[in-house]
Design a protein around this ligand. Sequence first.
Ligand SMILES: *Cc1c(COP(=O)(O)O)cnc(C)c1O
Length: 457
Amino acid sequence: MKTIIEPFKIKSVEPIRFTTKEERKEILKNAGYNPFLIHADDVLIDLLTDSGTSAMSSEQWSGIMKGDESYAGAKSFYRFESAVKKITGDKFIIPTHQGRAAEKILFSVIGGKGKYFAANTFFDTTRANIEFTGAEAFDLLNEIGKHPEIRAPFKGDMDVDALESFIKKYGRENIPLVVLTVTNNSGGGQPVSMKNIREVSAICKKNNIPLFLDACRFAENAYFIKLREEGYQNKSVLEICQEMFSYADGSTMSAKKDALVNIGGWLSLNDEELAMKCRNLLIVTEGFVTYGGLAGRDLEAIAQGLEEVVDEHYLQYRIRSIEYLGEKLISNGIPIIEPPGGHAIYIDAKRFAPHIPVDQFPGQSVTCAIYEEGGIRACEIGSVMFGKYDKNGKLIPAMMELVRLAIPRRVYTQSHIDYVAEVIIEVFKNRDKLKGFEIVYEAPMLRHFTAKFREIN
Ligand SMILES: *Cc1c(COP(=O)(O)O)cnc(C)c1O
């Protein structure tokens, strides 16, 4: 059959609240034109993030009841540990309350002034946790990944020549590790090929630098490898995941993504000395080594989620539903990063609203317009999130001005997606009327979460 269906039945439903366009205008104004500050109750379809927004399965909910809440050595920890080991093959599995807690611990131990880190693209919290220690973080994305309009199978790949030069420039002794973000969230949810993982791993090994995966979307990445990379069509997604992790020395993970839960994460690694240092810090900041900031029930739900996420019916539906939205937008002339990524569609706001200069945040403008038009919440990933200032206070723009429509896992059906497309097509028809924005308040770090804006007339 040609029709790909949602591979689940719905057992429990949550009503969504409708608002009028007039109400939404007011809501936006009160939120300082920052969708992060809108109450979720005022959102019809929430595509702000795919993080922690998954619908759990009945097996996961029954795992919640089975969770062992013993302080130390809980049964749920051992189930969690063995589920993570099955995928990563790593020796030491450290549970954390989410991905950034794993990052905070790892980079506190190995970071610091005079240290240099490289990735295909660092996610914002990863970069922030590195820079917070005084170290520097560099994105070495492959050239093709920087061109939203070019269709290529693995636009998340790292530029291996740039990695070699980076190591020469900064010295292997000053580079505590290299990161591959799979899939590349900030770069459009684009996958990294097995070939690239293998090559990056070889360069790292040659220079005695550990390679870590920022593994948040490891299953989506593995499914793309199965679909697109020669030699993987007949391998199971689980086998592909295991091969991906086999080239790395460890991983940081947000279980809020591909573990299909609402909270959780891990740090996994093979280096015993480093693991001990990280565990010591874990005890200070997160909790004891067998729960690390999570309840036993959360560990149970993650373990179950890791089994479900490598199911190929699930992944087929998942990847196809993103592609379906992408195709609808493309066929209406809307510029997006092509091909569609694994968890989200990224609208190219520079081409959507070319009349808005980059220092007036075209991505923010499109994001606000989509909310106003149809109550859909999206997320700017551009110069609001990644822009910096030079010495004279002039904006150094981000590489791209994007609007991310992140699709929560197992939450929305095809008709929700059809509605989303209809709203965006409507905004696109009236794109000439979109206005630029200026920032009236911003925090010194991760400003996009709390910034406030004013429309420029
Ligand atoms: C979400 C995410 C993180 C951080 O994880 P949290 O659970 O939100 O702290 C790190 N890296 C990538 C690629 C992510 O998508």
